[in-house]
Ligand binder design. Structure first.
Ligand code: GL7
Length: 804
C-alpha cells in the first residue's frame, strides 16, 4: 500500500486521541503499541475485505488448514513488512518521538503452540497468502498460551501466559458466525415420516457454542489478506426454561482455556478429546454453511474445498464431515465417503510411538456417540473391502479399531486421499515402518513434502543487517523469490564480501550479548564461537549430548589451563513439558553446569554457558541470527524434520548434525563440507534395535574419556545436582541409554574438534556460511506450500511468483 510519513503521523495522532483521549506522552509503551496496532488493522482492512469478497465472488477452491496449534509470532512488524510500509512507519514513529523497537517488543507473542508443528502451521499461513493461495487457518483460541518459563534455583517453573490481558488488536470476533458443538448424551436414528429419511435424534447432549475470532494473514506485497480462524468455547444463548450457573459457564470455558503443553507426546485427557472435536466440528460446520450459501449441490465439494489435517489432532473432521453429509444433507454413504476422501489430506509429523494418538473406543462412544457410530461404520466397511484382498492379519493391524482403541493416524490415512511425511527420510520411515500396512494398501496416497520456513520472518525481519547486505550485493529480488539467494555464490571468493558477512554476524552476536547481559547478567564476548541449541527439551533431541561435550571441554581446560582453546559460548533455549521429569532434570543440569563454568576463573572467558529462559518465537528471532553453529543432534530416525535447522542455515550458521530428518536434505543442498556431521545413521540405529546388542556400559568401561565425562555427573564436580546427576547417569548406564548418547559421544567430540579447527580460518568459515545462506531458498515455505497446492490440494494460484 502507499503511505507517506506525514500521513502516517496524522493517522497515528488522530487514532491516539480517539482511543485514549490523552496526550502522547501519557501513554505506556504497551498503550502506544495498541494505538499503532489498531492503526495497522485499519491499514490492512481493505486488503482483507477485498480478498474475502474476491473469494466469495470467484468461488476459487479454498484450502482449510486445520491445526490444534499455531505459533504466529508477533504480527506488527510482519504485517508492516507485508504491506510494504515498514520503513515508512519506522521513520514516522521516530519523527513522532516513539521508540519503534520498544513498541514492537511490547506486543505479546501468542504461544498457541508447543514447537515446530505449530510454528510450521504459521509459516504456512504466511506462505499461502504470499503465494496467492486461498488458504484459511482453523484452530483454537486458547485463553492461556504455552506456559512462561522461569528458572528458580536452576529448576524450571511454569507461569501462566496471560497473552490476552490487554486484548488482541489483530482479532475480530464474529459472533454471528458461531456454531453449536454437541457433546455426550444419546443418539438414535429415526425414520422421518414426511421424507422417509433416517435422521438422528439427540437426547441430553451438552451443547457448546463455538465463537470464531478471525485474524488477517497478509501476503507479501500482493494485496492478499487470508484468514486464520480460531474458535473460543462459550455457553449457548440462554433458553427460556433453563438458567446457566457460574459453574456451567466455567465448565464450558475450560475447553479452550489452555494449550496442552506436551510436545511430541500424546496426552490422553478427556479435555484434549473435547478440544479436538470442538475445533474440528466448528470448522467443518462453518465451511459447509458458508459453501451452502453459494452453492446448490455438495457433490462438487471435493473440487471446491480442501481440508488439511495437520497431525492427527483434527482427524475427527473426517467423521464430522460424514455426519453432516449423511445426517443433514442426506447423501448416501458411498457418495458422502467419496466426497470426504476427496476433500481430506493428512500430514504426519512424528514416528515416536508415544505421540501416535489413540482414543479408547468406550470413551469416544460416550463423549461423541454419533461420531463413534460413523467411525464404527468406516471400520466395518474397511474390513469388508480389504480383507479379501490383503488378508485378515494385515487388515486387523491397520483398521481404525484395534485393542479397544481408535487409532487416529490410521483413520486419517483411510479417510483421506493423501498422507505425507515432512522430510524424505521421515516419509520413507512412515512407509517402511510406522504406516507400512496402510502403505501396502494405499501406496498411491503416500508422498513427501519436506518442511519449509518463511524467510520473510526468519531473515528479512529477524536479520536486518544480513538482509541489507544481500540487497547491496545481489539486489532485493531474493525478498520475493528466494531462489535468487543462490546468486550470492558468485561472491564466494570475494574477501571484501566475506569480511562484510563476518561483520554482519558480529553485529548480531553483539546484539545478543547485550540482551544476555541485560536479562541474565552474564557477560559474553561476541568474538567467541556461539554454539546454539534451541528446541523443546526432549531426550531424543539429546541436549544431554551437548552438555556432555561441554563437560569434556571444561575438564580439558581444567587439566591444561595454559593450552590454546577456541573461546566458546554455548547457548540453550528449551522448555520441558511440565510433567516430563527427566527433561526437567536436564534443565537443572544445564543450569548447574552454567553456574559452575561461568564462575570458574580458570575458564578465563574461554567457556560460557547461557540458558535463556522462556524460549519462544520472539526469542528465536534474537538468537538465530547470532549463531555460528546450530546443533541438530537428534538420534537418527527420531526427528521427523526439524525446522530450526533451516532457520539457522538461512542465517549463515553451520550445522552440527546427525543424519536425521531434513538435515540430510540440507547436507545434499549445501554439500557435506559446509556442515559437520557425526553419529549413527538410521540403518545403524535400526540394526541395534534388531540385534538388541547395544551396551552403553561397555563403551564406558572401554573409554577413559567417556568415563571421565560421565563420572562428573555423580562425583560432585557439578554442585547442586545430587539427584539429577545420579538419575541422568543411571539413564545412560543402568537403563542402557535409549537414545545412544554414549554411543555417539566420541563421534560428537571429534566433530566439535573439527569445528574449533575450522573456525580458525575465518575466510573459509564465511565461505561456508555463505554457501548455507545461498541454498536456504530451497527450504522456503513458499516452495513447500506450492508443492502441497499442486500435488495434494489441487488448487490453482492466481499467479505464482515462485515455483518448484
Ligand atoms: C514435529 C517434529 O518433531 C519436528 O521434527 C517437525 O519439524 C515438526 C513440523 O513438521 O513436527 N512433530 C511434532 O509432534 N512436533 C514437532 O515439532 C511437536
Amino acid at each position: 500500500m502507499k503511505l507517506t510519513t506525514a500521513q502516517f503521523k496524522t493517522d497515528y495522532r488522530k487514532l491516539l486521541k480517539t482511543l485514549y483521549a490523552e496526550e502522547q506522552d501519557e501513554l505506556s509503551t504497551s498503550e502506544q503499541f495498541l494505538v499503532l496496532g489498531n492503526l495497522v488493522r485499519q491499514y490492512l482492512a481493505d486488503q482483507w475485505q477485498q480478498t474475502t469478497a474476491e473469494y466469495n465472488r470467484t468461488q476459487r477452491k479454498q484450502v482449510y488448514y486445520f491445526s490444534i496449534e499455531f505459533l504466529p509470532g508477533r504480527l506488527l512488524e510482519s504485517n508492516l513488512l507485508n504491506l510494504g510500509i515498514l520503513d515508512t512507519v519506522r521513520a514516522g514513529s521516530k519523527e513522532l518521538g516513539l521508540d519503534f523497537d520498544q513498541l514492537v517488543a511490547a506486543e505479546p507473542d501468542p504461544g498457541l503452540g508447543n514447537g515446530g508443528l505449530g510454528r510450521l502451521a504459521s509459516c504456512f499461513m504466511d506462505s499461502l497468502a504470499s503465494m496467492q493461495i486461498a488458504g484459511n487457518g482453523n484452530g483454537i483460541r486458547y485463553r492461556y498460551g504455552l506456559f512462561k518459563q522461569a528458572f528458580i534455583n536452576g529448576y524450571q517453573v511454569e507461569l501462566p501466559d496471560d497473552w490476552l490481558r490487554n486484548g488482541n488488536v489483530w482479532e475480530v470476533c464474529k459472533e454471528s458466525k458461531a456454531c453449536t458443538v454437541r457433546f455426550g448424551g444419546n443418539v438414535y436414528l429415526r425414520r422421518d415420516e414426511a421424507s422417509g429419511q433416517l435422521v438422528p435424534v439427540y437426547e441430553n447432549t451438552q451443547d457448546v457454542l463455538a465463537v470464531p475470532y478471525d485474524t488477517a494473514m497478509l501476503g507479501y506485497h500482493n494485496h492478499v489478506g487470508n484468514t486464520m480462524r480460531l474458535w473460543s468455547a462459550e455457553l449457548p444463548p440462554q433458553a427460556d426454561d433453563h438458567y446457566y450457573t457460574q459453574a456451567d459457564k466455567a465448565a464450558v470455558a475450560r475447553i479452550t482455556e489452555v494449550l496442552y503443553p506436551d510436545d511430541s507426546n500424546y496426552d490422553g485427557q478427556l479435555l484434549r478429546l473435547h478440544q479436538e472435536y470442538f475445533f474440528s466440528s466448528a470448522g467443518v460446520q462453518s465451511i459447509i454453511r458458508h459453501y451452502r450459501r453459494h452453492q446448490q449441490s455438495l457433490v462438487d465439494l471435493g473440487r471446491q474445498i480442501a481440508i488439511h489435517i495437520n497431525d492427527t489432532h483434527p482427524t475427527l473432521v473426517i467423521p464430522e464431515l460424514m455426519r453432516i453429509l449423511l445426517d443433514e444433507e442426506h447423501l448416501d454413504w458411498s457418495v458422502a465417503w467419496r466426497i470426504t476422501t476427496q476433500v481430506m489430506s493428512y500430514t504426519n509429523h512424528t514416528i515416536l510411538q508415544e505421540a501416535l494418538e489413540k482414543w479408547p473406543q468406550d470413551m469416544l462412544a460416550r463423549e461423541l456417540p454419533r461420531i463413534y457410530q460413523i467411525i464404527a461404520e468406516i471400520d466395518r466397511r474397511f474390513r469388508v473391502e480389504m480383507t479379501p484382498i490383503y488378508g485378515a492379519e494385515r487388515v486387523q493391524r491397520s483398521a481404525p479399531f484395534g485393542d479397544g482403541q481408535v487409532r487416529m493416524a490410521y483413520l486419517a490415512v483411510i479417510g483421506s486421499h493423501s498422507t505425507n511425511g515432512v522430510a524424505k527420510l521421515h516419509t520413507e520411515l512412515l512407509q517402511r515402518d510406522v504406516l507400512a500396512d496402510l502403505y501396502a494398501i494405499y501406496p498411491e496416497r503416500f508422498n513427501n513434502k519436506t518442511n519449509g520456513i518463511t524467510l520473510r520472518r526468519w531473515v528479512q525481519l529477524a536479520n536486518k543487517p544480513l538482509s541489507e547486505l544481500l540487497d547491496q550485493q545481489i539486489g532485493s529480488g531474493w525478498r520475493s523469490a528466494s531462489s535468487e539467494l543462490e546468486t550470492v555464490k558468485a561472491y564466494q571468493n570475494d574477501p571484501a564480501f566475506l569480511a562484510k558477512l563476518a561483520q554482519v554476524k558480529l553485529t548480531n552476536k553483539q546484539r545478543l550479548a547485550d540482551y544476555v547481559a541485560a536479562t541474565l547478567q552474564i557477560k559474553i564476548d561476541p568474538i567467541a564461537l556461539f554454539d546454539v541449541q534451541i528446541k523443546r527439551l526432549h531426550a531424543y533431541k539429546r541436549q544431554l549430548l551437548h552438555v556432555l561435550g561441554i563437560i569434556d571441554l571444561y575438564q580439558r581446560i581444567k587439566a591444561a589451563p595454559d593450552e590454546h582453546y577456541q573461546a566458546r559460548v554455548h547457548i540453550f533455549g528449551a522448555k520441558a513439558a511440565p510433567s516430563y521429569y527427566y527433561a526437567k532434570e536436564i534443565i537443572k543440569l544445564i543450569n548447574a553446569l552454567a553456574d559452575l563454568v561461568n564462575h570458574d576463573p580458570a575458564m578465563r572467558d574461554r567457556l560460557k554457558i547461557v540458558f535463556l529462559p522462556n524460549y519462544s518465537v520472539s526469542l528465536a528471532e534474537k538468537i538465530i541470527p547470532a549463531a555460528d553453529i546450530g546443533e541438530q543432534i537428534s538420534t537418527a530416525s527420531k526427528e521427523a524434520s526439524g525446522t530450526s535447522n533451516m532457520k539457522l542455515m538461512a542465517n549463515g550458521a553451520l550445522a552440527l548434525a546427525t543424519l536425521d530428518g531434513a538435515n540430510i536434505e540440507i547436507r545434499d543442498a549445501v554439500g557435506a563440507d559446509n556442515l559437520f556431521l557425526f553419529g549413527l545413521t538410521v540403518d545403524e540405529v535400526y540394526a541395534y534395535y534388531a540385534q538388541q546388542n547395544y551396551r552403553a556400559q561397555t563403551l564406558y568401561d572401554q573409554s577413559p574419556r567417556i568415563r571421565r565425562i560421565l563420572d562428573a555427573l555423580v562425583d560432585d564436580t557439578i554442585p547442586g545436582i545430587q539427584t539429577e546427576g545420579r538419575d541422568i547417569y543411571d539413564s545412560l548406564l543402568r537403563f542402557n541409554d535409549d537414545y545412544f548418547v554414549v554411543r555417539d559421544l566420541e563421534s560428537y567430540l571429534a566433530a566439535q574438534a573439527q569445528i574449533d579447527q575450522a573456525y580458525q580460518d575465518q575466510n573459509q568459515w564465511q565461505q561456508r556460511a555463505l554457501e548455507n545462506i545461498a541454498f536456504a531458498g530451497r527450504f522456503s515455505a513458499d516452495k513447500t506450500v506450492n508443492r502441497y497446492a499442486e500435488d495434494i490440494w489441487h488448487v490453482h494460484h492466481q499467479s505464482r511468483p515462485e515455483t518448484k
